[in-house]
Write a protein that binds this ligand. Sequence first.
Ligand SMILES: Cc1cc2nc3c(=O)[nH]c(=O)nc-3n(C[C@H](O)[C@H](O)[C@H](O)COP(=O)(O)O)c2cc1C
Length: 336
Amino acid sequence: MKWEDVLGRAREALKGICNLCPICDMKACASRVPGIGGIGTGSSAKNNYEALRSLRFKMKTLHDVTEPDINVELFGQKLAMPVIGAAVAGAAINFKDRMNEVDLAKAQVFGALEAGTIAMIGDGPGDLYDKTIEALKGAGKGIAIIKPRKLDEMIRRIRMAEEAGAVAVGVDVDAAGLVNMRRSGEYVGPLSLGALRKICESTKLPVIIKGIMTEEEAVMASDAGAGAIVVSNHGGRVLDDLPGTISVLPGIASKVKGRSILLADGGVRSGSDVLKFIACGADAVLVGRPVVWGAFGGGKEGVRLLYEKLADELRIAMILTSCPSIKEVSMSILQS
Ligand SMILES: Cc1cc2nc3c(=O)[nH]c(=O)nc-3n(C[C@H](O)[C@H](O)[C@H](O)COP(=O)(O)O)c2cc1C
């Protein structure tokens, strides 16, 4: 199977949910939350796309970089590329039950592992977390991202993740007002600094704070003990009119890079998008919606093909910008 075949099959399987537009600029899916799109006018998701487009590379071709090294080590894991699967859950509400939650999560975690990387699993209303944990347990390796629930409940879910073989756990703090949680009557809300500290102290695993968009809160999370921060606006699904994530990343990197692992997501669709995020300070990126295309178009194999495509494109982009390794990527590859 080729990635193009996966896309063709996903287009059929996701009819009426995602058009798989040739250019994923988040316009056709504006206001499709629940669904696959961005909330409200869709501006936050569109801003992710546009901020990425606004950055330009400096192309370099007179050098001897022919085999760039794209390996990274994060959370004690050697990863074949600086790309991790974002948590994308809620198959019933977002994908009209066309794939069950366990199968979707299994495609995410196994597809990532087979490509030499790792994936996050998500949390949600009802028994959703039991299902995504089941997939994690089967794979024995992954990252569990828990909703910002009451402290006791978050810690109970962290224990479940530890038992399932998670290499890190996290909280998507930007889900503090999430539509599907509110509709189901389950509590989510902002995380106090005290609660954040207790979460970090409650486990030996690195704790990831996902959904940070300001320098101030990145420093707060890092000071409270977060092992990693994800600069993210939840794919533009939680609040309208947020900036594109890559535009706030350099400022955040200037404050916390080297203190906590810095991850970022929002609009990554190609290897050159990955390279831009790394240039702006990320240690690795998360990829969200394309994993859904992979899963619907080809199960775990479709997901593996997505990662392989991103890795190939990243290597080419690194050759054309003269970057020998991920560590050596810097802002200097971008036009000022
Ligand atoms: C349908 C859907 C469901 C998602 N579910 C979760 C989730 O359960 N937990 C979470 O932390 N993020 C969730 N996200 C956000 C992703 O993890 C990620 O931040 C975002 O999709 C990245 O942007 P991208 O899709 O443009 O790559 C979801 C995103 C989508 C599109």
